[in-house]
Every structure is written in C-alpha cells, then in structure tokens.
Design a protein around this ligand. Structure first.
Ligand code: GTP
Ligand code: MG
Length: 197
C-alpha cells in the first residue's frame, strides 16, 4: 500500500469523544517505551507524526490518525509503566479498557513486544483480555535492529513457543524495526488485505 496522506485528527481521554467516522481502525498497544509511536512514524514515513520519547510514558491519550482518507491508526498510552502514580495508572487502565470495549470500528489490534524480551505477564494478560472480548490481534516484535539476525530468530522462535503454553494457535506476527524500516511492507500489505475484505 502506498501512503498518500497521514494526518493527526485528535487526542482523547474518553472513547465517547473519538471520531465518529465508520472506517476501519487499527490500534497500537504495548508496554511503555516498546516503540508504538515510533512504529507509526516509520509506517507513515513521517518523523514526528506521533510523539516519541526515550522516557516511558510519553503517549498519554488516545490519538487518532487518519490514513489515506480511508482508515484510522490509533496510538495508545503504554501499559506497565511503574513510575506513573497508582491513581493515574487506574485512570489509564480504565480509559484504555473502555476504548477496546466500546470502539466498534476497531478491526485489529497490534500488540507490540520488544524483540529482546521473553513473554511478560502484563502482555499475556493483555492478550487474554483481547481474547475474552473477541478482539482480533496481531503481535508485532519491535526494535529488531537491536539483535543480530541469528539471535533475533532464536528469540522470536522461543517467544512463539512459550506463547503456545497459553494459546492454542499463534496470531499473525510481524518483525519490525523503526530504525531500519524492517517489516514495513509486510505490515502495510496486511492492513491493505484486511481493508479489502
Ligand atoms: P510510550 O508512548 O511512552 O508508551 O512509548 P512508545 O511505545 O510509544 O515508544 P516510543 O515510540 O516513544 O519509543 C521509545 C524509545 O524507543 C525511543 O527512544 C525510540 O527512539 C526507541 N525506539 C523505538 N523503536 C525503535 C526501533 O525499532 N529501534 C531502536 N533502536 N529504537 C527504537
Ligand atoms: Mg508513544
């Protein structure tokens, strides 16, 4: 898919205020600092469409971007960031959960996982939450440039194997790097195919 336009639409802390357009929507979720905002910029070939930071907790709202005038990408705050106060974390959790439960346009959620990490409880719990709510998701391994290719393959094979202790089958997955552009074509082709169905 060729990206002809990518525009920021709005930020919200409550899904009821999100754009009303009935067009396909794709959400990016994962631990703080896993690279959600960077991946959106890489896919759109834009440096600062989504705000990124070396410090976890940068994205704090539900951010809608309209792509090619025909579908939405949504950048969400990360979960599992210990330094955010407990009260703030609960508010986050509430509005993120609500987003997933209420957003009928949502077609697929991309759960981002740092390629270097083994399965973490919080990610497994989040995938279970999606499953329980019948929400389709894919796994996106990020920051692939941080590992050599043999280590990367080994780590991802091992991650998938461990996931099979929790799920009967594996979701579609992508291996990406926002630094090198790895995985961009596969990712955009996937969205193209889903949009056409
Ligand atoms: P929050 O909004 O805080 O939840 O974080 P996020 O998941 O949106 O992460 P963000 O895109 O802000 O990136 C976090 C840090 O990781 C930044 O310093 C990025 O430059 C870095 N980063 C993201 N993706 C990659 C990647 O593919 N490769 C490398 N080497 N660094 C990356
Ligand atoms: Mg972010």
């Amino acid at each position: 898919m060729k990206i002809t336009s990518a525009e920021f639409v709005m930020s919200n802390s409550n899904v009821i205020n999100a754009p009303k357009d009935r067009i396909p929507e794709y959400a990016f979720i994962g631990r703080s600092n896993v690279g959600k905002s960077s991946l959106i910029n890489m896919l759109m070939e834009r440096k600062d469409l989504a705000k990124i930071s070396g410090k976890p907790g940068k994205t704090q709202l539900i951010n809608h971007f309209k792509i090619n005038d025909s579908w939405f990408l949504v950048d969400l705050p990360g979960y599992g960031y210990a330094k955010v106060s407990k009260k703030k974390r609960q508010i986050f959790q509430y509005f993120i959960e609500n987003y997933f439960k209420e957003r009928e346009q949502l077609v697929c959620t991309f759960v981002l996982i740092d390629s270097r990490h083994d399965p973490q409880k919080i990610d497994l719990e989040f995938m279970r939450f999606l499953g329980e709510n019948q929400l389709p998701f894919c796994i996106v391994f990020t920051k692939a440039d941080k590992l050599g290719s043999s280590k990367l393959n080994k780590q991802i094979t091992s991650y998938k194997k461990k996931l099979l202790n929790h799920w009967e089958s594996l979701p579609t997955s992508f291996i990406t790097s926002s630094s090198t552009g790895m995985g961009r074509d596969e990712f955009l082709n996937f969205i193209d195919d889903v949009n056409e169905d």
